[in-house]
Write a protein of this length. Structure first.
Length: 469
């Protein structure tokens, strides 16, 4: 008589045979069968599987323990909390990670046990508990987290720093300032990131110090955090960081200076436009646009003529943020540039709002590239000039769905009654996005939206015409 084969887990899952899958979870012949059964039980989500899956957390095979942890996270039964807490000390990092995820999924019932696990003798358990408590964001953990900043394990201190950053509670500033000076570079970088998330100026001095002489990972995190905090006391240190040997530090310093917006950085940022790395040059251009100092205008106009299309694009964006009317003619010329530059130029012209841009933007509505037409429609809608109404009405018949949708939005934004009749016609467009935008535009203009049967549902949908495409 032949020996019976392994359980048919796929068939058991299809039939939702929970008892059969529980039996398969205990099949000793193949850990693959046990893992597949655990996965299936998690997908089905039947509470009868909780105790067998808890037992599977002790399986000799790590992949089965991992699958059982994940299944318990999907079922979200509070009975699994304590066993999963114990699993945070599993020797297999995959098991620990998935057990932590499962505790996060269970949520509130896991908070107190996870807080207790912050005092576990095993560093892996403390680190995993800190990470998941941060994700759950229950403020009952704040006090215990603050105690972890002095933990003897660097990975635990780093996890605590991240969690404190997620909570963004000002009471964590002083402990995090201490961690910025941690001997472990990763811990220091995480503490710097957390101070940036909190955004409290009390952290600025420690971040300025970290910007000098620490590992690139720390300097980069400090630069980013100083930008988020926005404290002008950091400008000199960030200007110095524009000359850092590490590309990422220079990049983040330029972006931080843009966020702070202090004119003292302008000359250094103009110099950084000559950096050997594209991203640093682009970030320096973007920062000049954020600061908006007139000294940046001429270099930005020059960048708009650069052979680098990426630099031309960010220069157009920066000129739009500056809003200086002297950039209008060069930006109009940029409407003949390649697609990404053209789109940035159109948006910049809309930001500046100069009426000289209307006719060139209207001309762009006839471009063969739908993305160009898309950019022109958006710009004209933002500018709100009545001269654009008739061309935008014509764009409701564009072959491209996105252009028609944006044309309806733009006409609603302008609010000119000349568009009403054509917007009513657009209520029968074959694409829902166009119909919805047309209805919204009519409502914004104070018109009752008539009921119109979309062509895809009507008995005799028209062919061609404004709804084609």
């Amino acid at each position: 008589m032949p020996l019976p084969g392994p359980p048919d887990v796929a068939g058991l899952e299809v039939s939702h045979d929970v008892p059969g899958l529980i039996e398969a979870l205990e099949y000793r012949g193949d850990p693959g069968v046990r893992g597949a059964a655990g996965h299936a039980l998690g997908e089905i989500g039947d509470a009868r599987a909780v105790e067998p899956l808890i037992a599977a957390l002790g399986d000799p095979d790590g992949s089965v323990r991992t699958t059982a942890s994940g299944a318990l996270g999907k079922i979200r039964d509070s009975r699994a909390v304590e066993p999963l807490i114990a699993t945070l000390s599993d020797p297999d990092p995959d098991v620990r990670d998935v057990a932590g995820w499962a505790l996060r999924e269970i949520g509130a019932p896991a908070v107190e046990p996870l807080i207790a696990a912050l005092g576990a003798p095993d560093a892996n358990a403390r680190r995993a508990a800190a990470a998941r408590l941060g994700q759950i964001r229950d403020h009952r953990a704040m006090g215990p987290f603050l105690g972890l900043v002095g933990d003897n394990d660097a990975t635990v201190r780093g996890a605590a720093a991240v969690a404190l950053g997620i909570f963004a509670d000002p009471s964590a500033v002083e402990p995090l300032v201490g961690l910025v000076g941690d001997a472990d570079d990763h811990v220091s970088a995480m503490a710097a990131w957390a101070l940036g998330e909190i955004g409290d100026a009390r952290g600025a001095a420690s971040l300025v110090a970290a910007l000098r002489g620490r590992a690139p990972e720390v300097r980069r995190a400090a630069a980013m955090a100083l930008g988020w905090i926005g404290d002008a006391s950091a400008v000199d240190a960030l200007v110095s960081a524009l000359g850092d040997q590490d590309t990422d530090v220079r990049l983040d310093a330029a972006q931080a200076l843009g966020r702070i917006g202090d004119p003292r950085a302008v000359d250094a940022l103009i110099s950084a436009m000559e950096d050997q790395t594209d991203l640093v040059r682009w970030s320096a251009v973007g920062a000049l646009g954020e600061i908006g100092d007139p000294r940046g205008l001429a270099p930005l106009l020059a960048a708009l003529r650069s052979p680098d299309p990426g630099l031309r694009r960010v220069a157009a964006q920066a000129l739009g943020r500056m809003g200086d009317a002297s950039a209008v003619e060069p930006l109009i010329v940029a409407l003949r540039d390649e697609r990404d530059v053209l789109r940035a130029a159109a948006s910049a012209l809309a930001q500046i709002g100069d009426p000289r841009a209307v006719e060139p933007l209207v001309a762009a509505l006839a471009d063969l590239d739908p993305e160009v037409r898309n950019a022109a429609v958006q710009a004209l809608g933002r500018m709100g000039d009545p001269r654009a109404v008739e061309p935008l009405i014509a764009s409701l018949g564009d072959e491209d769905q996105a252009v028609r949708t944006l044309a309806a939005w733009a006409l609603g934004r302008i609010g000119d009654p000349r568009a009403v009749e054509r917007l009513i016609v657009a209520l029968a467009d074959r694409h829902e996005s166009v119909r919805a935008r047309a209805a919204q535009a009519l409502a914004e203009m104070g018109h009752e939206v008539p009921l119109v049967t979309p062509p895809c549902l009507g008995e005799s949908a028209p062919r061609g015409g404004p709804d084609a495409g």
